[in-house]
Design a protein around this ligand. Sequence first.
Ligand code: GLC
Ligand code: CA
Length: 558
Amino acid sequence: MTSARQPTNGHPTNATAAAWWRDAVIYECHLPSFRDGNGDGIGDLEGLTASLDYLASTLGIDAIWTGPFYRSPLLDQGFDVSDYYEVEPTFGSMATFDRLLSEAHRRGLRILVDYIPNHTSDAHPWFVESRSARASARRDWYVWRDPGPEGGVPNNWTSEAGGSVWEWDEQTGQYYLHSHLAEQPDLNLRCPEALEAMLDVLRFWLGRGADGVRIDVAHMLMKDPDFRDNPVAPSGNDNAYDLQHPDFGTQLHVHDRRHRDTHDVLARIRAVADEFPDRVTIAEIEAMSWEDWATYYGGGALDGMHLPFPFRLLETPWRADTLRSELEGLYSALPRGAWPITALGNHDRVRLASRLGAQQARVAAVLLLTIAATPCLLYGDELGMVDQPVPLERQRDYFARSTGGVTRDPTRTPMPWNDGANAGFSTAAEPDLWLPVAANAAARNVEAQLRDPESSLSLYRSLLRTRSSSPALRGGELAFVGETGDPDVLAYERRAGHHRVLVALNLTADPAHVRVPASGSVLVTTGRRTDSSLVGGEDLRLQADEAIVIDLETGATT
Ligand code: GLC
Ligand code: CA
């Protein structure tokens, strides 16, 4: 075994050893799709509260990322906020949020809420005031520009939702910027009052008891102050796994986001989080080079984000060589003392099991829950849910409805709980459901999978149990096995003191034979083995699509 590029920080430093989020498994529940508590067809805070035993005990995760639940016209699933201080009545009330918090905390679960500082809804009173007149007191809270020199839009920037980022405002004769829907105007965080107002929003929710935040499009918070044109993308910059509008890929997005001042804003956000004990800041940032990703931790002082998402991993071709080189890139770029988060699926992307197929989605579960990182799972991935086509008339995602983009609804269909009406998601009449339930929900649901020891859910449960009882899997160092002897197998060891765990992932549907030190006992396998002990040292035969986790014999007596 070569101890290829060890993370310099495989061991927690003293300063951060106590940070709960290094040990945690996070679950993204995506509120409207998770469980409907009041029978109106839409998932809500009450439904989430009713699901806490499933999350805490049946599954065994540690923290829930809720999805936005603030007052909103719901054109972007709540990422279009019209009042940051009110709960959207569709999702509940301040009292239901408080109850969610206390019920979660009682079970040892933490609650992470969405923080959306880049844009508001156009229905937000701040924007209503800003657009009312050029002289309005809040004009500068948003990004207003005159037409370009030849008339028309001020520059060539394209929106994630398609078309220009600029929307003409007849009444005041200027354009405003919206990086997403026209109904989601971007705040001007270079305006000190706007930034302070958004920092107060963060203070409010952390003060209310949220354990941390997932920060929406954190990389976009500052744009080029000169509004220069983006260069054209020579051969497009689309990636097959992202569900952005095709317009978006026609240019390199170098000026409409990721200005270096973004880091100053993120440091301000972090400083507010640090006003409260043990809060975590998780940044949604797009895929970028590992060096750039690492800057979101905030340099040597680590005064930026605790956990910037490494989106490159969601876009990495599913092969042993590419996964390994990306993971090595991640660990070697990781600043000293920092710790990564990983996700292989989220509410904006194709479902994991649609991307990889059912068998390799199981292998992916093993990867996600055994590498040296805080895993973040998307609701339903534990069931191996796949994308469910949603007919046009039932679609919710305005990113697709308004300008012909790609809908993200297929990823977001309701969580199937049982084989009852609406898969147990809601008691509403079917046409009133937020999105239709998956066609295969009668067979693929929580209750059915709990009865089946070979189900995806049973695999996740056993991985989560194994992880929580293994110091090596939780916080141990990671070292890749240099040569496995099979290019389709990715293998690595996790080590903490004398605890050593070997993970080998066969990324193909053919059996594999690898030379790795594998004497020990099988903790988890996606295959079928009758014998749970492996003897004989350096010779491991893997079944088709098998991922295996082995507790290595170390000869230690303690
Ligand atoms: C983030 C969210 C996405 C949303 C967008 C605009 O990328 O994950 O769902 O549409 O921000 O808020
Ligand atoms: Ca509801």
